[in-house]
Write a protein that binds this ligand. Sequence first.
Ligand SMILES: [Cu+2]
Length: 470
Amino acid sequence: MPGMDMGGHDMGAAPQGASMLPEGEALRELRLLANEAGTPGLFRAKLTAEPATARFAEGFDTPILGYNGVSPGPLIEATEGDRVEITFANRIPEETSTIHWHGMPVPADQDGNPMDPVATGADRTYSFDLPEGSAGSYWYHPHPHGKTAEQVYRGLAGAFVVKPKIDPIPAGYGDTVLVFTDLRLAADGTMPDNTMVDLMNGRVGDHVLVNGQKNPSLTVPFGTKRRFRLYNATNARFLRLSFEASMTVIGTDGGLLEAPIAADEILLSPAERVELIVSFDKPGPATLYTLDYDRGWMGAGRPADAGLTLLTVNVSQTPAEALPPLPDKLRPIARLSAPAVSRRFVFTETMAMNANGMEMGFLINGAAFDMNRVDIVAKAGDVELWEIINKADMDHPFHVHGTQFQVVEHERDGKVSKPAYLAWKDTVNVARGETVRLLLRQDRPGPRMYHCHILEHEQLGMMGIVDVQA
Ligand SMILES: [Cu+2]
C-alpha cells in the first residue's frame, strides 16, 4: 500500500552503507537554466556535461555526470516562437556526447544524433526555432553512439518546457515539473556499472527519485488544484502511477489535449511524459505511488514495481483561495489522416552464444542498428502510417525523433482498441505481443532516429534511421 514503506525505515535500524536515502524532505524546485540573451524572443544559454558529485545518502558523495553540475539538469523554459541557441560543452573525460532534444521539432542536424558527436573537450552550439503551436513537455539527454544508456543513468537528463504564448490553464494552478530517475547505489555510494541483467532488461535501479530526491514532500492548502508535468527519465523503469487525490490528464509528450480527461491511473513508460491537474480535496497526506506492471522480465530478480511512494503531498486544513475552474476545451488538435505510405517495424529479441558467452540482440525488422545504413527513405510533408509490431518477450517503448505522432490503435490477440483521446506523442509503449499503429509526418529533411527507449535495448541494436528527403 502507498505510504506503508515510509515509516518502516526509521524504526531504529542502523543505516547500511549507502542504501538508506532520506525521505520526506521538502521537494526542491529544479534549478532554472538562466537565459543569457537580453533580446526578447531569444533564449541563449550554455550547458556543460561534466563529472560532479551528488549526496543522495548521508555521508556518501556519489560521483555522477551533471549538466551544469546538477542532475536532473537545469529546467529549460522557453516560449513558442523563441529562437534557441544553446552551447553545449562536453567535459566528460574521454567520451563523446551530444544533446538530443527529445520530442522537439528541431532540424535534423541540430538534434544531437549519434552521427554528430561532440568530442570530449569540444563545444558546439545547437540552434533552432520553436514554432507556434509547439508548446509541450520535452526533455534533453545525450545520444552518443554506444554510450547513451550509461551517460543517462549517471545523471544526464533534464526537462525542457516550451510554454504557449497564451496558456488556457489558470496560472493559479502553478506548474510543477517532476522528473523521475532511477538510482542504484553500491555500498560505497558509487553507481555500479551495468550488468548482463541490466543489458537484457534495461537498467532498473533501487530508488525512483523525483527531481533527485526520494519521496520528497510538498505541503498545499486543502482545495488546491496543481498542475504537474511528470517525466519518466529513467533508463528502463515502467511507472504505473496513481495518486491519492483526483487526477485529470491535460497533456501528453507534445502538449495539451483537446479537453481534460479524468484518470485513476497512468502508465508512464520510459521517456513518456504526462501533464496533470491534481485536485487535493481532502486534508491529510496524499501520495503519488506505483502499482504493479508486468512489462516482461528476462531471468530472475524482477524488481518490485508496486508500492513505491514517489511523492507525499501534505494537504493542510487551511482552505485554498478560490481558483478559476479548468476550461472544458484546451486547444484543437488537427487529426492526421490519409497516409501516403504504410510501413511495418517488427521488434524481436535474439539470443546467441559467442566467445563472450550469451549475447542478446534487439532487432527491428531483423537488423541491428548500423550508423552507416539508412533503413527507410521518407518524404518531408507526407503523412505515414507506421505499424510497430512487438514479437518480443518484453514491452518496448517506441520513440521517433524530430516530430510528434498520433496513435491510431492498439491490437493484441486480434482485439483492436482505440486510445482514450487524441494526443501528440513522441514515445508510445508497445507491449509484448502488441501492435501499435500510428500516424506521423516529418516536416524537416534529414536523418532521424527511431528506437526503443529502454536505453540498453537501443544500445544493443533496437534503433534505425529514417532519411527524410525534401
Ligand atoms: Cu526495448
